[in-house]
Design a protein around this ligand. Sequence first.
Ligand code: SF4
Length: 262
Amino acid sequence: MLKVLANKSFSNGNVYALKTEDGYPLEVTDTFLPYYTKDAIGRKQNGLDNNELGSRKERWMIGVSCMSGCPVRCKFCATGQLKRYRNLTAEEIVEQVEFIISKNKDYSPLNSQEFKINYTRMGEPFLNIEEVKKAISIINEKYPNTHHYISTIGVKGSDFSFIKDNITLQISLHSFDDDRRNDLIPFVNKLTIRELGQIRTQSNLKTTINLTLVDEADFDMCKLKEYFNKDFFFVKLSPINVNEVSEKNHMGKGIITGINLV
Ligand code: SF4
């Protein structure tokens, strides 16, 4: 049974710090947005058009942790600061989802226009992939309209064959230079940028390449064209979530501070 350590509310959701029975901390988020923001490809952004934030009946997103802590220790992420880590069980992953649902009794995921589980909080999902797959099956059984969105650094030897239909993959790329990427994501056993570009899935949606650009040199249009076929990949530019670790590593705010393409 997960216990609440702390929580913080913001205008379109909440973030909770929870603790497993054996004392490992983890984080889960509960957010919502207007439905039109889903069309990020057509709109070339996912910003809001006005002050209306929508509700959980439109886009309801739950960001779950797959681990407590993380052995990858990315230079811009506070999770790796936790000294110890452990994989969460499928039951502990599902419990995070049920915890958020229980906090929002006026809503049902079954009635949301989009109900999405983002495997994007603590941990690298592919270092705990069997439990993540079990959690997906349990959630699909109960909430068949769920969209699962799995974010990975691209661990060598990963099997992407289960990424199909309502399951989508995101790759944390962050730079088009392998040396720079090795510095930002200091996990040895990962795919090269060229290898990442060869990933193909059977998802309903293209694979997202996530770029949190620390500086302009991290972007390279020629390599983007060379490695990532636009028929299979969608590029997302994200701001850095400034935290103690990113500050210590002089990441600043990154070059994406706000986009307005209208
Ligand atoms: S893999 Fe994800 S959770 Fe782990 S350190 Fe990197 S960004 Fe943080």
